[in-house]
Design a protein around this ligand. Structure first.
Ligand SMILES: [Zn+2]
Length: 86
């Protein structure tokens, strides 16, 4: 799946979600406390993800919110939980 985040230090950070997010190439100390959600959770195949962006420096990342269970696996155990043992 493609990301809309473009990492560059040649241009100023820009939040043009959902088309594009221009992010610095590296995160800073501010990013630990200044990250905020950008846009809704998006489903792509078996993953749900969303973008987060530092409101201070503009550093952006795509974070996986959760994996979506494969429907084929979910029904293979007859609904008694088989198939989820690790
Ligand atoms: Zn930051």
């Amino acid at each position: 799946m493609a990301t809309i985040v473009e990492y560059t230090d040649a241009r100023a950070p820009q939040n043009a979600y959902p088309a594009r997010i221009v992010s610095p190439s590296h995160s800073g100390p501010c990013c630990f406390t200044q990250m905020e959600d950008v846009g809704p959770v998006t489903r792509d195949g078996r993953w749900e993800y969303r973008y987060r962006r530092c409101r201070r420096c503009g550093f952006a990342v795509r974070v996986i919110v959760r994996g979506v269970p494969d429907p084929a696996l979910a029904v293979s155990g007859g609904g008694n939980g088989n198939g989820y043992h690790r």
